[in-house]
Design a binder for this molecule. Sequence first.
Ligand SMILES: *Cc1c(COP(=O)(O)O)cnc(C)c1O
Length: 385
Amino acid sequence: MVFTRHSMTASDRLRAEIDLGALRQNVRFLRSVARGANLMSVVKANAYGHGVGPVVETLLDEGVRHFAVATLDEGIALRERGVGAFILVLAAPLPSDLPGYAQHNLAVTISSAFAADAVRAYATPDSPLTVHVEVDTGMHRIGVRPAEAPSVLRRLRAAPGVTVDGLMTHFATTDAVHATCQMDRFDALVAACGEGRVPHVHVANSEALLGIPRASEGRSLVRVGGALYGLIRDQLGEQGAAALRPVMRFVTRVVHLQTIAAGEAVSYGRTWIAEHPTRIATLAVGYGDGLPRALSNRGVVGVGERLVPIVGRVCMDMTMVSLGRPSGPGAKVGVGDDAVLWGAGGASVLDVADLLKTTPYTLPCGLSGRVRRVFRHGVPDDVHL
Ligand SMILES: *Cc1c(COP(=O)(O)O)cnc(C)c1O
């Protein structure tokens, strides 16, 4: 696999530290709770913003043999990195994309009867396609309608050049009542199609793996994304603590310091006004890097072993925090000091997401191309389960 090395002179004013040891630990923990199902690791969107190259290399080293990506392009990018393992593309396939799937040996998600017809029309013994049939049991995003699934499966099985390798569905919610209803529909179909005739059957995403035993029991695969990266709040560790480790730490640095007088305002729109003389630190991060602008006057940042508030609006490239009174503990902060946006030393990514009333997935996924990933190859501690 190919890694891009950054020039030694590149600025380190902003970085996402990726703890590959924590990733390994999460893989081992998730395996231990998967009831014998193998992990299909979801590495779409640049491994949820964590950097797909080193993430996939680490997962391969941990013995992961099944991967899922969102798009044909993401699948091709993995093949071009030399990844030979099984890769399922979760997108609804466009008929014009099918040659790309065949050329790169990427498994197709059958998202409708229309997609099934396109696959049957394209595939030949010389240009074969492997497919997983997604059944829409209630998400209403993509998937074959349950009533059509038996005939879709029958016709795909009869088509030369098509291998039906999997049958899957996706939860709209992990609310037990609705998820049970989805699984009842799905399992009725699996039974009708002849149990054991499809090599892989999978339904669980991260939350379902951790919260709904039936979603992984007796299934050959579970599709886990968020949990791999520690983006799920769980209470499965000792004494109800989280067992999953956060993998990303998002860190910038102080680039400017000043003291402003009572009554002076900070940033665009003058939305924050100092009530007393205040030490203000300017940080080298903004919404152009993926720091949500909604954190303006709301977020907290870890600076000098304290959590300090973001004051005024988050700008495109810079963000200001209040260090408090000039004589307070903030006086020790200097230009160049680290400022943690999420991760150890700052707020957790889960808490930042709660504050914004969003899913934690959006935060690492939202980092822009300006943010450098720095990979740490920690050896995991012993996992006690
Ligand atoms: C993204 C995705 C997943 C992974 O979900 P997580 O919540 O990240 O585990 C699984 N299945 C499908 C169809 C997806 O699109």
